[in-house]
Ligand binder design. Sequence first.
Ligand code: AN7
Length: 361
Amino acid sequence: MGGMSQGVLRKYREYLPVGDGTPMITLGEGDTPLVRSNKLSQELGCSELYFKLEGCNPTGSFKDRGMVLAVAKALEEGSQGIICASTGNTSASAAAYGARVEIPATVLVPQGDVAIGKLAQARAHGARILAINGNFDQALSLARAVAEMYPLTLVNSVNPNRLEGQKTAAFEIVDELGDAPDLLCIPVGNAGNITSYWRGFVEYHAAERAKTLPKMMGFQAQGAAPIVLGQPVPDPTTVASAIRIGNPASWEGATKARDESGGIIDTVSDDEILDAYRLMAAGEGIFCEPASAAGVAGLIKLHRNGLELEGQSVVCIITGSGLKDPEFAVKFIKSEVREVSPNLEAVEAALLMSVSGGRKG
Ligand code: AN7
């Protein structure tokens, strides 16, 4: 095994519903970097701020941790195929793991609302793609109904194996920091991730791998904040398409995580999401998805509203890669691309306008 990535099923086998009959499949998910903040930590006066780069998973989002277990169990049970609804990342992950083990994947996505990279992944991996003329919540009820009628395994986070596999991210944070952080900031859409992290921290605490538990700080986009409002949002809107969800499947898990941990679930505006997205890219060197920026935006908002972060350890979950949604970057990041003739004079003339300090020697 030397040097080969073992994947989360092997690494955390004792904490997962994995038995002798479970195929130990992997695409190298897990073991994602926990990177210290450079810039934001200074602005917030928080010396221990980390980003967990879940975009470094094989399909570019956190979904792979739970998908690998859901697909392994589907195989173990002799399933003839997998199905899910998705704002994009779940479908990319299901398509990849389906291709890996050679069972067909069917994905239901809200038409016109999925980032191009995610759709490209589902296509490349050979998934059957149904573009539903409706939103994610409608697609999820349809996927549930179809999974009832046909011998297909539903691999949305209503599948308990998804939540089980996903909790390995909490284990990794504790393994790396030596304990749980004080605060965990995380975007909330269908609410599976926040539910899983809390479960992971609680289990590790019970197993005496961690002395403390974090406060769970979840953030929904303002136009798609059913948990904050206390009621479903029939027509959710936000620039962050991944979390454009009005009736989260793991609603109860999320409120339980919030309440048991003494945390919060709050909103962030689209402008706050955009500011955090830009700051992450330009200030930290981390290109994340708009939805991932919601957790960072939430932390910035809390600080602005007076939350003291000095002496606190904070982890922000960066749930997906910015490469998933290049159109978004082009649309929302103002940066000039200057056309220049292919000769030195023209390049120099262009540089003079932007390089300070003049020429060498
Ligand atoms: C980058 O792919 O729901 O609260 O169908 O892609 O666990 O739903 C994605 C959600 C955060 C929210 N960040 O996590 C899907 C889907 C990114 C995401 C979330 C999603 P949950």
